[in-house]
Design a protein around this ligand. Structure first.
Ligand code: FDA
Length: 367
């Protein structure tokens, strides 16, 4: 059977592309090497709880068109991301706001908080920050840096903050209101019933095949369609001819606990360096679950190697140079590359949806 499109990858990019192509009367086959659809937004149901298998996924956007688009497939709940930080057993609200400043210094007004921060920044006395540590200290002073930034950042990157470049932290927003809402976006929530509902809605009526690795049967698969949409790793597509693009990875340790409520919040960050994980997720709280049991996930940042999942691209000079070579090569091919792995770019969900829709508009409007 001949398809118009062979779509490699059933993540958000692939699923949105397939949906839009189908609307234009195109015949698509979507393949994925994993045993499930959805890519990194996939949820596994355990004890009636939707477990975010590949880390916490909170949908947020300022774009009404994208919000209406996702809501046309599934209703979203009113979940608001308001993580808590645990530093050596002390709890602090995030993002840094008046609640955090009260917890740190017992200050009760914005003016009091501003003067403590200004005093600490003065004490540090860094004028031209040469690394991430100096940059953060020059922006927020010693207490916020040492209790809430240092350990977490060092675990995330696997390197000392003093060895990391300053540009990683451009600004550190300080909020002088009692507002624990992590995001600034107008729209935010979790799909009622989990992300699989969104993916199943997008892929409704489209042929999908799981546990099919494009590279194992490339010739036969390519021959099945007029065009290929590729959302896997671009360096792998070109046989790593310019070298491997690097990533940071994560290990997720999921546990089912025989209790109703483990930590009272969906996300608790562990900001001290002596605890190896960066976060504990408690999945039921994403959907206000009332199940008898609970499922938690500890998130351990790790080095990436071939057999680990590539999660965060390392967009430093070396990798950016390599990527631009692959990009130039890809522009000569009749293949559509899209999504976080093919574009070697960190995309939030609303951004990857917007990028798939923009690509579709370009392609289908010229047909
Ligand atoms: P995605 O990786 O989802 O899909 C690509 C698919 O291609 C995969 O299913 C893969 O198996 C398949 N594939 C690759 N190679 C293949 C091959 N050779 N053959 C067959 N199939 C192949 N965003 C947000 O808005 N809010 C949030 O809270 C978070 N949280 C978050 C946490 C963590 C830990 C990460 C890493 C990311 C987030 N994100 C996020 C980002 C979000 O995960 C991201 O925007 C989308 O998953 C990107 O969708 P893609 O389709 O690009 O990739």
């Amino acid at each position: 059977m001949k398809y118009d499109y062979l779509i490699v990858g059933a993540g958000l990019f692939g699923a949105v592309f397939a949906h839009e192509a189908k609307k234009k009367g195109k015949k698509c086959l979507v393949i994925d090497k994993r045993p499930h659809l959805g890519g990194n937004v996939y949820c596994e149901e355990v004890e009636g709880i939707n477990v975010h298998k590949y880390g916490a996924h909170i949908f947020h956007t300022n774009d009404k068109a994208i919000w209406d688009y996702v809501n046309s497939f599934v209703e979203f709940n009113r979940y608001t991301n308001s993580p808590v930080a645990n530093y050596q057993g002390e709890l602090y609200n995030l993002p840094f706001n008046m609640n955090t400043f009260y917890q740190l210094w017992k200050v009760k007004t914005p003016d009091e908080a501003k003067s403590v921060i200004a005093e600490q920044v003065r004490e540090v006395g860094v004028k031209n920050p040469k690394n991430l540590e100096e940059q953060a200290l020059s922006l927020v002073g010693k207490d916020i840096y040492e209790k809430l930034i240092k350990g977490y950042t060092e675990k995330q990157w696997g390197r000392k903050a003093a060895e990391l470049p300053a540009f990683i932290i451009k600004r550190l927003p300080l909020r002088f209101t009692f507002d624990n809402n992590y995001f600034y976006d107008k729209y935010q929530g979790i799909p009622v019933g989990g992300y699989n509902k969104l993916i199943n809605g997008l892929l409704d009526g489209i042929e999908t095949r799981l546990e099919v690795d494009f590279f194992k049967d490339k010739t036969e698969l390519v021959a099945m369609a007029d065009q290929v949409v590729f959302t896997g790793k671009i360096d792998e597509f070109y046989d790593y001819r310019y070298g491997k693009l690097e990533y940071r990875s994560l290990d997720f340790k999921h546990e089912t606990l025989d209790m109703e409520n483990y930590q009272g919040n969906a996300v608790v960050n562990y900001t001290a360096s002596d605890i190896p994980y960066t976060r504990i997720l408690e999945h039921k709280h994403f959907e206000f679950g009332t199940q008898k049991k609970t499922v938690i996930t500890k998130e351990y940042p790790t080095e990436w190697s071939g057999n680990k999942e590539p999660y965060y691209p390392i967009n430093d000079e070396r990798n950016s140079e390599i990527y631009s070579k692959y990009k130039t090569l890809s522009e000569k091919d009749n293949i559509i590359f899209g999504g976080r792995l093919a574009e070697y770019k960190y995309y939030d969900m609303h951004q990857v949806i917007a990028s798939a829709l923009a690509k579709c508009k370009k392609i289908f409007n010229r047909d």
